[in-house]
Design a protein around this ligand. Structure first.
Ligand code: FES
Ligand code: FES
Length: 148
């Protein structure tokens, strides 16, 4: 939500800049290869893997991390729905999952189960079996009338 200027190597990974330079450690690194979605952020409205995004690609972009998202009412509702559904176990995938949910609900406030599964298909969870995450996002969609 605020402009930042950085004098840095243009090919550094964006996840390193977020975590190391800005202390935004809510964005997690799992695979570091664009496969697990733990590092998901929203860039100009699109879900992106920050571990494979070079800093230069972020120039001039509007970026939302889980920290920025956490100040919204949408986050509060999603958080409660994730907790209620039991969609958080170890929690490592959760920031990325919530960013994927936010990206989906922002473009489609009333997704069906198949659309939710497609939207989180790039986000791996080793704990929950996904069904509880899908339930949480469905509940947020149902309860969040007007938020998205
Ligand atoms: Fe970026 Fe796995 S850490 S996709
Ligand atoms: Fe552990 Fe998803 S809750 S990886």
């Amino acid at each position: 939500g605020s402009p930042v200027a950085l004098d840095s190597e243009p090919m550094r990974r964006l996840i390193d800049v977020l975590r190391d330079d800005f202390g935004l450690t809510g964005t997690k690194e799992g695979c570091g290869e664009g496969e697990c979605g733990a590092c998901s952020i929203i860039v100009n409205g699109r879900l992106m893997n920050s571990c494979i995004m070079p800093l230069i690609s972020a120039d001039g972009c509007f970026i939302i991390t889980i920290e920025g998202f956490s100040s919204t009412n949408r986050f509060q509702l999603l958080k409660e729905c994730f907790a209620e559904a039991g969609a958080v176990q170890c929690g490592f995938c959760t920031p990325g999952m919530m960013m994927a949910a936010e990206a989906l609900l922002s473009r489609n406030p009333h997704p069906d189960e198949a659309q939710i599964r497609e939207a989180i298909s790039g986000n791996l969870c080793r704990c929950t079996g996904y069904s509880m995450i899908v339930d949480a996002i469905l509940a947020a969609s149902r309860l969040g009338e007007g938020l998205w």
